[in-house]
Design a protein around this ligand. Sequence first.
Ligand code: MN
Length: 292
Amino acid sequence: MSVKQVELIASPKEPHFVGDGFRVHNFIPSGFRLDMQRMTPFIMLDYASKHYFEPSPQPKGVGVHPHRGFETVTIAYKGKVAHHDSGGGGGVISEGDVQWMTAASGVLHKEYHEENFSKTGGDFQMVQLWVNLPSKDKMSTPKYQALRNASINRYTLENNGGEIEVIAGKYNNIIGAASTFTPIHLYNAKLKSGAIASFSFPAHYNTALLVIEGSITVNNKEKVPTDHFVLMGNDGEDFNIQAIENAIVLILSGEPINEPIAAHGPFVMNTRQELMEAFDDFNKGKFGYLED
Ligand code: MN
């Protein structure tokens, strides 16, 4: 086995607002060498770094919008998000929870700070990841996986070093909570100061890290501070991280989907023709109806 090396460490760019509730740094696809094809199946990553929101009588967020052709994965670290969709579904994503929404053939939804969180205000920190679907699954039926923190299995590191929450895929003998369409590993590594965790993924899997809390070194070499993103190379399988101080690190690795990508706004398809059909279907109301 050979070592998977750090290819790039990206610092967070200036944040922008999605609606008025999500203050995000975009890492995929706008970053240098982090376009959709480079990180497939992870085609978008917006990171709402920890930010204090003042109390607000009106929940902040983003109003009704469609998605088609992929999955949205929302990982809550601080604060709470409420969501509603055109299929009548809805719920609250609380600290530690993950919502895995398969938009597939199409949903309309809205995402807001949860009402009580909004009234009291507080720290808000979240990741939204878009996972592409292979062509054969893009028009499948939409579904949700609401993964409560307690339902996410953990691997306990030796010497009280912390734990690896396995959101999807597998870590050692622990199976992830989410079902996925293509092979994906997604973990929250929660390491105590000084603890080391080792990982092994096939060389060709696209692999990256996002440091949510604290700071780490990768392969006993590169130091990575809070809110920084690490693109790992496709040259080897094995790497490790060590916490310089108590740290939380989101780890993503997936088998590439080697298909063309035609993306515009909330639609990610394979061809321009399919994109135009998505807009057409949306304009004709085929995504259903949801009140703002
Ligand atoms: Mn959305």
